[in-house]
Design a protein around this ligand. Structure first.
Ligand code: OOG
Ligand code: NI
Length: 461
């Protein structure tokens, strides 16, 4: 029997091999990430592993896929459910992006600590919103929905195997092999000719809409290795002559703790694709949709910590608008230095970041204090950071946007169609989990353990 985490690890590895063959620059990105990680490990020693063991970080990837309908998303949920990956978080990129990105998204990922440590593979999954009249008028919506309803992304055999894997928490060897093959194949780039007229019609609205609704299959859009020093990675990729997008999304490089997520990518590459002209002739064209992204992960923030991050992002935007010639990173760094806790201990004490807490081996003797602040200050407990396992809507929008060929169009006279986490849960028939609740549960479990070990009457919070 191959267990779900083994299936997940094997799937991530095979997807990575497949994508490396399809997009060779991705392999360069993986190689350079490994070099940077080794250098950081050599320079910093054990400190480099504070946010995850080097073996986890080296194997770590996230992928991104895009689908067209709730029914397709429901099938994606079954395929990833087989791998022990559950929908976490709701991202509305229609609001986060300046150009036309008519999708809402969630991320499929393992949710408990042990599973994440075994293999944290996650997939950012976006679904088109044809019902949003800002992007699609009634005629285009109808045509798009008819087109999407007529395609099949996943063969029935794959879905049957997926359901069995989820029910039995794994698959026997032969079925596992078949499942993995069918699953990886479903995310390969199709060679079937693309109807050029239809693709271009959608492209006028949004390049993302064309990538999703202009073709009869889905494909992996990018795979993202994790790196321990993303600024160094950016420099080295640029040195190798690979064109990167302009910025690193997320928090600035600064002297304080790494929090949330920093991401950047190389520009989408022109890939040969077969195109069918209106007269039926097939020619070889080129489309730019797929790219390689890289990310550095930091500490998960509580709602209050995240509010602080969002406020700093807004103030950085304001300042950048006022000083167009200034370096955005510099502006952000100055604001962060003023307004964001400069140490892990401060993040913990002020309840801005998530940690697991552990009774210190060399703790003082005598009765323990009862508040978390005192326990930390007096050396009774130590805090280990919880890594941010999710995504950031503004960054995601930035990554989408910097890799789009055009701005697309949006009719702002219409009200947008409403989608939220509850809607998404209903559409895919499983609960979209709240990331904050997951981090908090992990933190609280560790505090319950501390209370037992230190004989406290109530767990500190
Ligand atoms: C997804 C873009 C978002 C991330 O890491 O934030 C994303 C896409 O391009 O489909 O992958
Ligand atoms: Ni990504």
């Amino acid at each position: 029997m191959i267990s779900q985490w083994q299936l997940r690890a094997a799937f991530a590895r095979r997807l990575s091999d497949m994508y490396g063959q399809e997009v060779p620059a991705y392999t360069t990105l993986v190689d350079v990430s490994h070099e940077v990680n080794e250098d950081v490990l050599r320079a910093e020693g054990a400190g480099a592993e504070r946010l995850g063991s080097i073996s986890r970080v080296t194997a770590e990837r996230h992928g991104a896929i895009r689908v067209g309908t709730p029914a397709e998303l429901e099938q994606v949920a079954r395929v990833f459910g087989a791998l022990g990956m559950h929908p976490v978080g709701f991202y509305d990129l229609r609001e986060a992006a300046a150009s036309a990105v008519p999708v809402v998204s969630t991320a499929f990922r393992p949710v408990d600590g042990e599973e994440l440590a075994r293999n944290p593979f996650r997939v950012f999954t976006s679904m088109l919103t044809p019902a949003d009249p800002r992007f699609f008028d009634a005629a285009l919506r109808a045509r798009l929905e008819t087109f999407l309803a007529s395609r099949t992304l996943f063969p029935p055999e794959l879905l049957t195997l997926a359901d069995r894997a989820a029910a039995d928490r794994g698959l026997p060897d032969e079925d596992a092999e078949r499942f993995l093959r069918l699953a990886v194949r479903s995310f390969e780039l199709s060679h079937e000719p693309i109807d050029r007229g239809w693709y271009e019609t959608l492209e006028k609205v949004s390049a993302v809409a064309a990538d999703i609704g202009g073709v009869r299959s889905t494909h992996i859009n990018h795979l993202t290795p994790r790196v321990l020093d993303i600024d160094e990675l950016y420099r080295r990729m640029t040195e190798r002559g690979i064109e990167m997008i302009d910025t690193i999304q997320g928090p600035p490089r600064w002297s304080g703790p790494d929090v949330l997520l920093r991401q950047t990518s190389f520009r989408a590459l022109a890939e040969p694709r077969a195109l069918r002209a209106p007269d039926g002739s097939v020619t070889s064209g080129a489309l730019r949709v797929r790219f390689g992204e890289v990310e550095a992960r930091g500490i998960a923030l509580t709602r209050e910590g995240r509010a602080r991050y969002d406020a700093l992002l807004a103030r950085t935007d304001e300042q950048a608008a006022q000083h167009p010639a200034a370096d955005r990173g510099e502006l952000a760094r100055a604001l962060w230095t003023e307004d964001f806790p400069g140490s892990e201990a401060e993040l913990a004490r002020r309840g801005l970041g998530y940690f697991t807490y552990h009774a210190a081996a060399d703790r003082p003797s005598g009765p323990a204090p009862t508040t978390l602040g005192e326990l930390l200050d007096q050396g009774w407990v130590r805090a280990e950071p919880i890594v941010y396992e999710d995504f950031l809507p503004r960054s995601a929008a930035g990554i989408f946007q910097s890799n789009l060929s055009g701005e697309g169009t949006r009719n702002t006279e219409h009200e947008g169609a409403a989608y939220d986490s509850a809607w998404l849960s209903g559409a895919i028939g499983r609960e979209v989990l709240d990331p904050y609740a997951l981090y908090e549960r992990q933190q609280n479990q560790s505090l319950d353990r501390v209370a037992r070990e230190l004989d406290l009457l109530t767990a500190p919070r």
